[in-house]
Design a protein around this ligand. Structure first.
Ligand SMILES: Nc1ncnc2c1ncn2[C@@H]1O[C@H](COP(=O)(O)OP(=O)(O)OP(=O)(O)O)[C@@H](O)[C@H]1O
Length: 314
């Protein structure tokens, strides 16, 4: 997958205005010091009460995207995406390689400026009101960049303070996250010496530390062993059960099917289906079958043409 950061120095992409694109190096750390609407601190904006009759108002969407476009030179990566993602759901964004998932998530999280379109996260416009949005989201981006010369513990400590959390609270949360994600033993190890899966886990911990309203994860389970996947899963399930929203991209349909209650299917830069898992799956036997049907991959040559390939053939 192309590194989004590379486009900022690519002369093939003249429409990228690098000084308008927030620094990707900040990764999940990017935020607004001192402006942290921590959900545990009383503000739970996803359940509002109607001022007239006291009845709860419908929760606003976690994400609203309208008419989103992104081109890289002549390559159209995202071609008019409209998405409405509900609050409090475990949402899977699925699609084949090159479908535009990472590009879409990068634009939604304020890491990549769209050519066209409007994006709202937690009720705020991502590109008009970036500080408000960044204080409310956590991001585990593709090609995550971390501060390599810090230990895992230091990274969390720094991230939490950057987010404006009191030191004691940062230490408490960091210790708990390290424990749950089985990183306690590696808290003093430099991040540069972490394995792929450990990097995912410390990135996830950094993205969760300020208890964001919406968490965006690009391929969070890639390179993660089954035991760690189980702990990540547990953390995320607990997180969504509290009313927060997880949006994650993945190629693994079984995983999406077992985790998500809401799915968006993307192919060739467009959304092919979006809605509750059961609706998107429809009459198909599995999400995998529905997916292959939706992206037009059913009946595709699965290697029959490679008649030279095999142990006996020369
Ligand atoms: N920085 C870039 N420069 C040029 N083309 C790009 C860039 N980023 C993405 N693209 C192109 O945009 C399209 C969508 O890419 P994207 O990475 O968003 O897909 P994806 O769905 O995340 O793919 P994968 O599942 O393989 O990770 C692809 O054709 C890709 O080659």
């Amino acid at each position: 997958m192309p590194d989004q950061a590379s486009e900022q120095v690519s002369d093939e992409v003249p429409d990228q205005v690098s000084d308008e694109v927030p620094d990707q190096a900040s990764g999940p750390v990017s935020g607004v010091p001192g402006d942290v609407p921590d959900r545990t601190a009383g503000e739970v904006p996803d359940r509002r009460v109607n001022a007239v009759d006291g009845a709860p108002e419908a929760a606003p969407s976690a994400v609203r995207v309208e008419g989103l476009w992104k081109r890289f030179g002549t390559q159209v990566a995202v071609a008019g995406v409209d998405l409405t993602l509900p609050t409090g759901k475990f949402i899977g964004l699925v699609g084949p390689n090159g479908a535009g998932k990472t590009t879409t998530l990068s634009m939604i999280t304020g890491l990549l400026r769209p050519d066209q379109g409007r994006i709202e996260v937690a009720g705020h416009d991502v590109w008009k009101d970036p500080a408000q949005v960044k204080a409310r989201i956590g991001v585990l981006p593709e090609g995550l960049r971390l501060f390599e010369r810090l230990s895992g513990g230091e990274l969390l400590s720094y991230t939490g303070r950057l987010r404006g959390l009191p030191g004691e609270e940062v230490d408490r949360r960091a210790a708990q996250l390290l424990e749950v994600l089985d990183l306690s033993g590696a808290r003093h190890k430099l991040v540069v010496d972490y394995s792929t899966g450990m990097r995912k886990k410390i990135g996830l911990a950094a993205a969760l530390l300020h208890n964001p309203q919406v968490l965006f994860l690009d391929e969070p389970f890639e390179g993660v062993d089954p035991v760690s996947a189980q702990s990540i899963r547990g953390v995320l399930e607990r997180y969504t059960a509290s009313g927060a929203t997880v949006v994650f991209s993945s190629h693994v349909m079984e995983l999406v099917e077992s985790l998500c209650d809401w799915v968006a299917v993307m192919a060739a830069g467009r959304i092919r289906a979006q809605g509750p898992l059961s609706e998107v799956r429809g009459a198909a036997g599995s999400l995998q079958d529905a997916f292959l049907e939706l992206v037009g991959a059913h009946g595709r040559d699965a290697g029959e043409a490679l008649d030279w390939l095999g142990g006996g053939a020369r």
